[in-house]
Design a protein around this ligand. Structure first.
Ligand SMILES: Cc1cc2nc3c(=O)[nH]c(=O)nc-3n(C[C@H](O)[C@H](O)[C@H](O)COP(=O)(O)O)c2cc1C
Length: 196
């Protein structure tokens, strides 16, 4: 079974993020190929990046204990999903900071995104894909976009994400593709010589 971390990408009080988190955990429970652990950035309580020497020059080690604990935790997983709130057409500061707070642990692993907002977080997700490539990750093509109608439906009309069949299908596609990449890259990481 693959170990996948679900990173909760926003931390503000009353965040919407908890809705997709709950729904993704429910989706993962119905599968036999994925163990999904929730990594809440509220609990990680990371400092804003404050290393005096970039981790890239120190073998990926961090001096701040909370960043060090975070990057070790990240290292336990075969792949990642992040919930993506879109703040001013970009990802949240806390999610970007969480990506900066590990280095080698992300390398050659897949990440998928579940966005929400007016256009389903699509603009923030596009930026995250570029960031993920720089971290030597494999960002998935497949994504879940909870756009205006379902976003407002859940927020203001007591609807649930399960009321939208196309979202359930997107969730399945995301898990299926994440599993494919996670399996493939796990083999590659153990079998192939690493190139810089
Ligand atoms: C600072 C800020 C900027 C926002 N900018 C956008 C935006 O660019 N696009 C969008 O679709 N929604 C935007 N929103 C609305 C968010 O989609 C909405 O508040 C959502 O619930 C945020 O996710 P969260 O509740 O998990 O923090 C913004 C919200 C905040 C607080």
């Amino acid at each position: 079974m693959l170990r996948i971390a679900l990173i909760v990408g926003s931390t503000r009080p009353n965040r919407f993020a908890d809705k997709p988190v709950e729904w993704l955990v429910e989706g993962a429970k119905a599968r036999t190929d994925v163990q999904l652990d929730v990594l809440d950035l509220r609990e990680a309580d990371l400092p804003f990046f404050e290393e005096s020497i970039p981790p890239s020059m120190l073998g990926g080690v961090y001096s701040h204990p909370k960043a060090e604990a975070w990057r070790r935790r990240i290292g336990e997983y075969d792949g990642y999903i992040a919930t993506v709130a879109e703040y001013n057409h970009g990802p949240t500061g806390v999610l970007k900071n969480a990506l900066d707070s590990a280095f080698l642990e992300w390398n050659r692993k897949p990440i998928g995104f579940v966005g929400y907002g007016g256009v389903g977080g699509a603009r923030a997700i596009e930026q995250l894909r570029g960031i993920a490539v720089e971290m030597q990750m494999a960002p998935l093509k497949h994504e879940v976009n909870i756009a205006r109608e379902p976003f407002m439906g859940v927020l203001t009309q007591s609807k649930t994400l399960n009321d939208y069949d196309y979202l359930i299908q997107s969730r399945t596609d995301l898990f299926d593709n994440l599993v494919w990449w996670a399996e493939a890259l796990k083999v590659a990481r153990t079998k192939l010589r690493l190139v810089q």
